[in-house]
Write a protein that binds this ligand. Structure first.
Ligand SMILES: Cc1cc2nc3c(=O)[nH]c(=O)nc-3n(C[C@H](O)[C@H](O)[C@H](O)COP(=O)(O)OP(=O)(O)OC[C@H]3O[C@@H](n4cnc5c(N)ncnc54)[C@H](O)[C@@H]3O)c2cc1C
Length: 304
């Protein structure tokens, strides 16, 4: 069985960027990816230098096309279901029945949304309801917006959204979890806060029209920003002993190293930054770190 220098689990911006760096470093790499990126709901990816407004699937297609120029990188559309072994000798099994071995592992598995129990949200998510104003605020500028969030998250968004639109309200979907001081500050800035639970989001062809509350209030809007609930893209890092944060991120150092020797993590799975360009950057950094480790091991082996 061919042993890879590194198996990358996940082929989003983080994993692909790692594959490019390792391919250029002439390492044998396998990218396992089952194509369930978190931004699959969106039509456009914004703010990635030189790729602004690209379709996420097109971004991946171009990346894979360019990486395929490097003959030591292979791709498999498979789901990794188990990871065993230790540094230098990892074994990865996939749901498709394949087993692969590698010296190093790079987890680039992203994060997943835990669907929120708000009727109508899935109809507008990625079309007129988004999670990050840096990603999608430009497209919703000056529109009537609703923030769906509680407590500190709602307060934080309330202070950010005016950068894109001054017409917005908060729906906390009750209970609100705001402090009295936060409420007072929101009052002073003229931000309406609705605390009743949301009955449903009414939309037409993905375009939100209003948020209807249980107390009969109807808050009209053409865009929503909401606080998502996230979980790690796969349980595999924890299964092999990676330490995790409460946020569901794998704990790494600045070069993507986890506490498990030979195991690295990059992208959304290891941060809370949630930007494609940040994911790509950490993927490249981790790849360089992996390459450095492989080169050092090879250097030491030949030292007789
Ligand atoms: C609605 C929305 C809009 C966004 N808009 C923008 C934007 O405009 N600009 C921007 O910069 N960012 C945006 N983001 C954030 C951006 O999508 C992420 O930061 C970025 O995709 C993270 O890249 P990643 O490689 O870490 O993870 P992902 O892109 O999520 O890729 C992870 C990959 O790993 C695969 N995977 C997971 N587990 C396994 C396994 N066991 N076996 C095989 N494969 C596996 C998944 O199928 C997936 O393909 C948006 C996010 C959302 C939710």
């Amino acid at each position: 069985m061919n042993k890879y220098d590194c198996i990358i689990i996940g082929g989003g911006p983080a994993g692909l960027s790692g594959a490019l760096a390792l391919g250029r470093a002439r390492k044998n790499v396998l990218v396992l990816d089952d194509s369930r990126p978190r931004n699959a709901v969106t039509h456009e990816m914004h703010g990635f230098l030189s790729r602004d407004r690209i379709k996420p699937s097109e971004f991946r297609r171009i990346a894979k096309e360019q990486i395929s120029e490097y003959p030591t990188v292979q791709f498999a559309a498979e789901t990794a279901v188990s990871v065993e072994g230790s540094d230098g000798e990892f074994m990865i099994t996939t749901a498709q029945g394949q087993t692969y071995t590698s010296r190093k592992i790079l987890f680039a598995i992203g994060k997943k949304d835990i669907p929120l129990p708000i009727a109508g949200l899935s109809d507008v998510y990625g079309k007129s309801a988004f999670v990050c104003p840096y990603c999608d605020g430009w497209e919703l500028q000056d529109q009537e917006l609703v923030i769906i969030a509680k407590g500190a998250g709602a307060f934080h968004l309330a202070k950010m959204i005016p950068g894109w639109s001054s017409r917005y309200a908060i729906c906390t979907n009750g209970p609100d979890e705001l402090t009295e001081e936060e409420r007072e500050e929101l009052r002073q800035h003229g931000v309406p806060v609705y605390d009743a639970p949301i009955r449903s989001i009414v939309s037409n062809d993905g375009k939100v029209e209003r948020v209807e509350l249980e107390d009969g209030t109807s808050v009209s809007c053409t865009g929503i920003f909401f606080a998502p609930q996230l979980t790690i893209g796969s349980e595999l890092p924890a299964s092999i002993g990676c330490e995790m944060k409460e946020t569901g991120s794998v704990i790494t150092d600045a070069l993507g190293r986890t506490n498990v020797p030979g195991v690295y993590c990059a992208g959304d799975a290891g941060t809370e930054m949630y930007q494609a360009i940040a994911a790509a950057s950490t993927g490249a950094m981790a790849a360089m770190s992996i390459n450095g480790e492989l080169l050092m091991e090879s250097w030491n082996r030949s030292n007789y």
